[in-house]
Design a protein around this ligand. Structure first.
Ligand SMILES: C[S@@+](CC[C@H](N)C(=O)[O-])C[C@H]1O[C@@H](n2cnc3c(N)ncnc32)[C@H](O)[C@@H]1O
Length: 346
């Protein structure tokens, strides 16, 4: 028996692996904490929720027990391996959801659609994007987890090209590049279906990336979004970087194409910070950091160690550099986000 916040679930003991009958990963508690907080902080009510890869069902059980009244109309749990355990866990927690044991794509395509769909797979979310986007309501929210960080962050660049149609860059801001490449991929699949998917909350943690995107229907909206796909050029020696339509500039390496628009809806981040439980240190810490960095509309950030090295200067403390227009970043402890030029930072 495992207790996670309000939920109690029955899971087999043993090393976490695909082979284990029911999948429960305590490391992903923060991932679920963020989902609960986000759904409580968006204005949406009476939501029809889908968990196509539900695992033990813990996420949905927590939604039932922790979300404010009026938020949920229904929750559909699906998993091709664990539907019997999900049923038991729902009973044990005295909550009622619909449970399916289908392949996730079949489950989605045979449904009538949802306001919130959470794609939480092992590895890449790619196999489920199309059906999730087709079945996402007009103004629905799509949540995507990706754990294939080797591809997205650049240790397997060929895998990134194959799976995400972009070039990654293994450097100090690789996790931000990774999230932006992932977002673009989701948006391209959205565009095929004339849906615009704009990120409202994104973060990188441990071994995974997580993005929440808000849908809007319409060809024009989808076209507009695609205008914010570009390359990020980066000069290793001088630490300069530039957003560009082109991927070629002397002395510069590049990543992309990627999403170069905002990673967060500022209003939502403020609401999340307000609603966040201060005693949940990991969650509060993450949301506090993101609330600072979401104020700065910059693509990429500076690593103070690398920058100091490049400029042959002593390394300053992050706290001493942070001020109006310069924030910390959740992506890197010694990173700063700013629109200022390198000269100004120096
Ligand atoms: C990472 S776990 C899900 C964890 C869960 N969302 C949570 O928050 O605890 C992935 C789950 O997806 C299921 N799964 C993988 N591929 C699937 C598919 N094609 N159709 C249905 N379920 C699938 C696995 O059985 C596994 O339980």
């Amino acid at each position: 028996m495992v207790t996670e916040e309000s939920a109690e679930i029955d899971v087999p003991s043993g090393k976490i692996s695909k082979q284990l009958g029911v999948f429960y990963n305590p490391v992903m508690k923060l991932n679920r904490d963020v989902s609960v907080l986000l759904l409580d902080s968006v204005p949406d009510k009476d939501m029809q929720i889908a968990l196509p890869l539900a695992g033990s069902g813990v996420r949905g059980i927590r939604f039932f027990k922790e979300l404010k009244k009026g938020k949920i109309k229904s929750i559909a749990f699906n998993d091709y391996k664990t539907s019997e355990s999900i049923k038991k866990n729902l009973e044990m927690n005295r909550v009622k959801g619909e449970v399916f044991g289908k392949d996730a794509n079949m489950f989605l395509l045979e449904s009538r659609g949802f306001d919130y769909i959470d794609i939480d797979p092992f590895g890449s979310p790619n196999p489920f994007l199309d059906s999730a986007i087709v079945r996402l309501a007009r103004n629905g929210i799509l949540a995507v987890t990706a754990t294939d960080t080797a591809a997205l962050a650049g240790s397997s660049p060929l895998a990134c090209r194959r799976k995400y149609w972009a070039k990654p860059l293994r450097n100090e801001f690789m996790h931000e590049t990774a999230i932006r490449i992932l977002i673009r991929k989701v948006q391209l699949v959205g565009a095929e279906h004339e849906k615009s998917l704009r990120p409202i909350f994104s973060y990188s943690k441990d071994h995974y990336y997580r993005v929440f995107l808000r849908a809007e229907k319409g060809r024009k909206k989808a076209d507009e979004l695609l205008k914010e796909h570009a390359y990020l050029l980066w000069n290793r020696k001088t630490q300069e970087r530039k957003v560009s339509e082109h991927n070629c500039l002397k002395g510069f390496d590049y990543a992309g194409p990627m999403w170069v628009g905002g990673l967060w809806d500022k209003k939502l981040v403020k609401a999340m910070l307000k609603n966040s439980d201060k005693d949940n240190k990991k969650l509060f810490g993450l949301v506090s950091l993101i609330s600072e960095e979401s104020e700065i509309d910059a693509v990429g950030f500076y690593d103070l160690h690398r920058l100091s090295q490049a400029k042959k200067k002593p390394i300053p403390k992050v706290e001493d550099v942070v001020r109006k227009g310069v924030s910390r970043t959740h992506f890197l402890g010694w990173g700063v986000r700013t629109r200022n030029s390198i000269n100004k930072i120096m």
